[in-house]
Design a binder for this molecule. Structure first.
Ligand code: APR
Length: 172
């Protein structure tokens, strides 16, 4: 099972076929990694997103990548942290599962994820990292055993949390 963790910028991953955008339900852009992806992809990405009629939390939709160095962008919408009692964990896991299912359906061999929901959506990082790694492992085992997955983390704190999550997942 190929899951790697790197510190870097998701918009510069030229050796993966798809990158995942942590979008909002409108799919019409925003800040954070969403803003970085739209800035790097150029206006054609927004034009295509306008045709998608938004995206529900936990779901995923596919577009081209335009001026980005990869081929596709998979847009998903993570849950906004509301204290943990509103199904946030299940919805966050569903984001990763939906993205991996979509990649599998389109024969995409490699996908890079950001740390979904741990920025503006304020999901506690340690919990999110454990959910992300667990959900990716389960989804790959179910429908995409050959998929290559990379987590691209933007700062040391996030990188360390995902490193710990992957190490403890490998011990299980
Ligand atoms: N590459 C990789 N990771 C990045 C990049 C980048 N270029 N830019 C930001 N990140 C990281 C953040 O540091 C954080 O760890 O992505 C993670 C997710 O943070 P957000 O982008 O804020 O995403 P999220 O918490 O899911 O909130 C989504 O924010 O940008 C808006 O439109 C978006 O409304 C939506 C909300």
């Amino acid at each position: 099972m190929s899951i790697e963790i790197v510190k870097g910028d998701l918009t510069r991953q030229g050796d993966v076929e798809a990158i995942v955008n942590a979008a909002n339900r409108s799919l019409l852009g925003g800040g954070g990694v969403d803003g970085a992806i739209h800035r790097a992809a150029g206006p054609e990405l927004l034009a295509e997103c306008r045709t998608l009629n938004g995206c529900a939390t936990g779901e995923a939709k596919l577009t081209g990548a335009y001026r980005l160095p990869c081929r596709y962008v998979i847009h998903t919408v993570g849950p906004i942290w509301q204290g943990g009692g509103h199904g946030e964990a299940e919805l966050l896991a569903k984001c990763y599962q939906s993205c991996i299912r979509l990649a599998s359906e389109h024969g995409i061999p490699s996908v890079a994820f950001p740390s979904i929901s741990t920025g503006a959506y304020r999901y506690p990082l340690e919990q999110a990292a454990a959910i992300a790694v667990g959900a990716v492992k389960d989804a790959m085992a179910q429908c995409a055993p050959e998929l290559k997955v990379r987590f691209v983390l933007f700062d040391d704190r996030t990188y360390d949390a995902y490193r710990r999550a992957l190490d403890s997942c490998r011990k299980d």
